[in-house]
Write a protein that binds this ligand. Structure first.
Ligand SMILES: [Zn+2]
Ligand SMILES: [Zn+2]
Length: 339
């Protein structure tokens, strides 16, 4: 049997280990992908550390996958060998449950699949993915460029385009990390009056290079007061995982404004009186499904939005993962599979 390399987590909290596995065959409704690149996302910690309910081991992490379809299972219309595809966090849905029938594919009730969590992901030479999880990758993007767009990209782009903001509106992005550096670009390219909010004067040049029209340094300024000077934010995109950072800006929303949360904080205290008096909202946002990812890739080609990445070969997965986990990466980490 032909073999492949895969990075396995053997048990919750276990190390990332490169093992040899048989190359899997695609079951009906799925395709096999020869992986070219896979991003390392902070959410991969749910696999490594056993934070997802019911997760089973051994498991291969990775939900920012780009590669070529190299085998197609039965009952897979439209997809063919040789197409370049991406797979993100949403690893497929049934299409017939009540959530799917309502169009809420991300909340599928019967066969919710999470790439690299409930099924093996892209830290490997090959992976199997349901056809409902596939996004077509435009040829203008390299595999390394496209990979982070499958999670960090779709999360920020899809959140912003569904936030209710219109061109010209003040849109603030908190954080200049892996999500934030993409969020600022998407906001600016969408025609929003884009405000980057970060800690420290040293981040201003980068924020402006990414397209921000304004920069607020939370070490020296009150971000809520600064946003109100601009008329208040229609949308604040919170990419950080700090509830305190979110609480500090929520007073900067304009009437009817929305705080959109994509940074995973366990809980957040909100000023209920302010929200009701100003008809404001606090809203969470699920990243998106495969077609949202496909549209994220297409918009990135159209507008020139690119993820800034550090690339590592698969053999250096432990070092690469540490860069992500320690928050040292500028700004996303990508594994490449070429030997
Ligand atoms: Zn992710
Ligand atoms: Zn469903």
């Amino acid at each position: 049997m032909p073999k492949m390399r895969a990075v396995e987590v053997a048990h919750a909290g276990g190390p990332l280990e490169i093992v040899e596995r048989e190359i899997p065959e695609p079951e009906p409704g799925t395709v096999r992908i020869k992986v070219q690149a896979c991003g390392i996302c902070h959410s991969d910690t749910v696999t490594k550390d056993g934070l997802f309910p019911g997760i089973q081991y051994p498991r291969v992490p990775g939900h920012e996958v780009i590669g070529l379809i190299d085998a197609v299972g039965q009952n897979v219309p439209r997809w063919t060998v040789g197409q370049r595809v991406g797979v993100g966090w949403n690893g497929g849905y049934c299409g017939y449950c009540d959530s799917c029938r309502k169009g809420n594919f991300f909340a599928c009730e019967t066969s919710t699949q999470v790439t690299g969590v409930t099924r093996d992901g892209g830290y490997a030479d090959y992976m199997i993915a349901p056809s409902s999880a596939l996004a077509l990758v435009p040829e203008q993007l390299s595999a390394e460029e496209a990979a982070p767009l499958m999670c960090a990209g779709v999360t920020t782009f899809n959140c912003l385009r569904n936030s209710g903001a219109r061109p010209g509106d003040v849109v603030a992005v908190i954080g200049l990390g892996g999500l934030g550096h993409l969020g600022i670009q998407f906001a600016a390219k969408s025609g929003f009056n884009t405000v980057a909010i970060g800690r420290g004067k040293d981040k201003e040049a980068l924020a402006r290079k990414l397209g921000a029209s304004h920069y607020i340094d939370t070490a020296a300024q009150d971000p809520a007061a600064e946003l109100l000077k601009l008329g208040g934010a229609k949308v604040i995109l919170a990419t950080v995982t700090s509830a305190d950072a979110m609480k500090a800006v929520i007073g900067g929303l304009m009437p009817t404004g929305t705080l959109m949360i994509v940074g995973a904080v366990p809980s957040l205290e909100v000023p209920a009186l302010q929200l009701l008096l100003k008809s404001q909202q606090v809203k969470g946002w699920y990243s998106g499904t495969s077609f949202d990812s496909q549209e994220t890739l297409a918009f990135s080609v159209l507008s020139g939005v690119r993820s800034m990445n550090e690339s590592y070969p698969l053999e250096k997965v432990v070092e690469a993962y540490e860069r992500m986990e320690q928050g040292k990466a500028r700004f996303r980490v990508v594994l490449t599979m070429e030997k």
